[in-house]
Design a protein around this ligand. Sequence first.
Ligand SMILES: Cc1cc2nc3c(=O)[nH]c(=O)nc-3n(C[C@H](O)[C@H](O)[C@H](O)COP(=O)(O)O)c2cc1C
Length: 190
Amino acid sequence: MALKLKIIVGSTRPGRIGPQVAAWVDKLAREQNSFDVELVDLAEVGLPLLDEPNHPRAQDYQHEHTKKWAATIDEGDAYIFVTPEYDGFPPAALVNAIQALALEWNRKPAAVVSYGFATGGMRSMQELRGLLTNVNVMPLATSVGLPFVYDMLGEDGVLRAPEPVNEAAAAMFAEITAWGEALKPTRAAA
Ligand SMILES: Cc1cc2nc3c(=O)[nH]c(=O)nc-3n(C[C@H](O)[C@H](O)[C@H](O)COP(=O)(O)O)c2cc1C
């Protein structure tokens, strides 16, 4: 069965470019013809700041928005986080969405597509990878950074990446497949 791949748009602010970056990732993911892809936009998910009384490991969620978010993430076999860099960090909305859950992330791989100016959002990517290890996600080394992302965005709002970036993305998808397939049986056994 095809791996269920959730592409998570991490920015939520009005005027953001996260959806354009995610549309590029989504297109490439669907072209692989090997994933069951869902684009998940945190602006649409609309999670408030953590408002659950119990630790997420208890999975005793009180609010419909958390239950819905938990079901979306639980269904995934692998994730790609599309994240900007805000002051060297991933957006608070993305950190909040990760911390709202625990076991739903367990033993699954995740790649990061980061974007920004000169750094390509790499500081944000590294911080995010650190957080992911603490919810027992396997953060993949073959993640992709997009420096000077505005130069890649056409006036039509479509992102066109240079060839080396597309090659990095291809390597990322191969790694998602390898780790996604490898980790699946470990969850069934748990
Ligand atoms: C609060 C804030 C902090 C930012 N900090 C950084 C940064 O540390 N590094 C960087 O390359 N760009 C930074 N930027 C610029 C973003 O890369 C750029 O605004 C990008 O469009 C943000 O992604 P978004 O449009 O999806 O929100 C920052 C932007 C904002 C709004």
